[in-house]
Design a protein around this ligand. Structure first.
Ligand code: RFL
Ligand code: PHB
Length: 389
């Protein structure tokens, strides 16, 4: 079997890359370990930067997002019981889009079906070979049978636990990591969102976030110790913890109800450099993880895909290797800026077990620097809404 670009992983980065390349006349094969139903059952990101929405439109998957997604102009902060509003649209002229990752993935699958994209599910033991040669290969096993695919390039879009990153020899990789001493317990419920829609809360008991998917679907999170398990958290306990952390104005509009999904995600910052090794490129969570606080994970994955598709389209059109050789440097520049943003917001908004009174005052000072200064808010909003590609 032969293709131009082999793509490992059918998460948002793999599917979007395949869709953009196919529309540019470049052949791809996507290899996914899980079933399609499994991929579509993961509840994850909800906030799209404007640049992400533009690339989705350019990929021909913007129609349902523009119909059903919810554009947002403001972000709210709850700090020690008080509510602040940051006018992101007024400060930047751009908007956020609230549209779930599950919906983005559903739309990408539908678009790939419509143009006859090749996505192979249930691919086990995927292995990458000869990635520093001109003829890389990918092998896998499906239904007990071994398959071999030769290609020009391989895109490793297989997430944090995938096989692509470890294909780069350990001595050629540099990994940077920060693990935070808490997780986020998130629930999805068929309840209307709070009237403010998106509220980031720093309280005495820890961080909380009110978010939404649509008019009758809410997504809420509370900071929990890493030792907690989902079974420790009944719905009633979750709503009590959330309610207690919210400013009065938000609490007054909170509607509670049974959870339809509940999970705990640990928080980490991680970058692996470089993002290219010979003819292998890493995209999205395969190369970097951000804590969810800045809502950057999916958006960074889309940024990587933007740079990579541009490099590959240029290469197939002109033979140039410039974009390919510059991919890692270009992508990492944007990645590290988003890392800084996510780290800073995480440090400012959470309660750390080892916090000293000095650390707490620093958090308060950081928050008032942001909330008292229009200039600081503009800089913050520009990054939250997405740095340019
Ligand atoms: P994914 O989505 O992990 O997809 C990787 C795919 O590769 C497959 N795979 C393999 N396939 C073949 N062979 C192998 N050996 C394989 N190993 C893995 C997997 O099955 C999977 O289908 O990575 P991708 O495409 O890079 O996308 C990244 C995003 O999913 C991720 O960054 C975001 O979900 C992060 N994130 C958020 N990002 C945002 O931009 N805004 C948000 O509001 C936001 N909120 C979140 C989040 C992530 C969360 N969790 C659960 C980690 C909230 C949460 C709670
Ligand atoms: C979400 O809606 O799931 C969400 C929103 C903002 C974040 C993280 C997650 O920072």
């Amino acid at each position: 079997m032969r293709t131009q670009v082999a793509i490992i992983g059918a998460g948002p980065s793999g599917l979007l890359l395949s869709q953009l390349l196919n529309r540019a006349g470049i052949a791809t094969v996507v290899l996914e370990r899980q079933s399609r139903d499994h991929v579509l059952s993961r509840i994850r990101a909800g906030v799209l930067e404007w640049g992400t929405t533009e690339l989705l439109r350019a990929a021909g998957v913007g129609e349902r997002m523009d119909r059903e997604g919810k554009p947002h102009d403001h972000i709210h902060f709850g700090v020690n019981g008080q509510l602040f509003r940051v006018d992101c649209h007024g400060l930047t002229g751009r908007r956020l889009m609230v549209y779930g990752q599950t919906e983005v993935t559903t739309d990408l699958y539908a678009a790939q079906d419509a143009i006859g994209g090749t996505i192979i599910h249930g691919a086990e033991d995927v292995a990458l070979h000869d990635v520093t040669s001109d003829r890389p290969r990918v092998t896998w096993v499906k239904d007990g049978e071994r398959h071999d695919l030769s290609c020009d390039f391989i895109a490793g879009c297989d997430g944090f636990h995938g096989v692509s990153r470890p294909t780069i020899p350990a001595e050629r990789r540099r990994e940077f990591e920060k693990v935070y001493p808490f997780g986020w317990l998130g629930i999805l419920s068929r309840t209307p969102p709070v009237p403010q829609h998106m509220v980031y809360v720093a309280s005495e008991s820890g961080f909380a976030l009110c978010s939404m998917r649509n008019a009758m679907l809410s997504r809420h999170y509370v900071q929990v110790p890493l030792t907690d398990r989902v079974e420790d958290w009944s719905d009633a306990r979750f709503w009590d913890a959330l309610t207690e952390r919210l400013p009065e104005e938000v609490r007054a509009g909170l509607v509670t109800g049974p959870s339809i999904e509940k999970s705990i995600a640990p928080l980490r910052s991680f970058v692996s450099e470089p993002m290219r090794w010979g003819r292998l490129f890493l995209c999205g969570d395969a190369a970097h993880i951000v804590p969810p606080t800045g809502a950057k994970g999916l958006n960074l994955a889309v940024g990587d895909v933007f740079y990579l598709q541009e490099a590959l389209v240029e290469h197939y059109a002109t033979g140039s290797m410039a974009g390919i050789e510059g991919y890692s440097t270009r992508a990492l520049d944007r990645v590290w800026k988003a890392m800084r943003f996510s780290w800073q917001l995480t440090m400012m908004m959470h309660r750390f077990p080892q916090d000293t009174p000095y650390d707490r005052r620093m958090q308060d000072a950081e928050l008032s620097m942001l909330l008292d200064s229009a200039a600081a808010q503009k800089a913050w909003a520009e990054t939250y809404l997405g740095l340019p590609y």
